[in-house]
Design a protein around this ligand. Structure first.
Ligand SMILES: [Zn+2]
Length: 89
C-alpha cells in the first residue's frame, strides 16, 4: 500500500484561473480545494495538469511551488511577481 501522504509544503501558491493577482498560499484555499489538490498530487498519472479543477467549481493555477511533487504534477503559471507575462483578463 502507498504510504499515507505527508502534509503539503506551505510554500506552494495558487491563483484562481483568470485572476493571477489573487494569489494565495495553499493553506488558504477552501478545504475542498485543498483536498482536490492533494488528491491530484497523489494520483499516479504522468500527465501534468494545467490547472486544478475542484468539484466545487473553482479552478486554480499553481503559480509557484518548491514542492517537487507539486511541480511534477502541475504546470506552473508564474504570476507577474515572477516576471511572467500574464494576458490581461
Ligand atoms: Zn473546492
Amino acid at each position: 500500500m502507498a504510504r499515507k501522504k505527508k502534509t503539503l509544503r506551505p510554500d506552494t501558491t495558487l491563483a484562481p484561473v483568470g485572476e493571477p493577482d489573487k494569489e494565495v498560499y495553499v493553506r488558504e484555499l477552501p478545504v475542498c480545494c485543498i483536498c482536490s489538490f492533494k488528491e491530484a498530487i497523489l494520483e499516479a498519472d504522468h500527465r501534468r495538469l494545467l490547472e486544478l479543477c475542484c468539484s466545487c467549481g473553482r479552478s486554480w493555477h499553481v503559480t509557484s511551488s518548491l514542492d517537487s511533487r507539486v511541480l511534477s504534477r502541475f504546470v506552473t503559471h508564474a504570476g507577474p511577481r515572477a516576471g511572467g507575462t500574464y494576458p490581461a483578463a
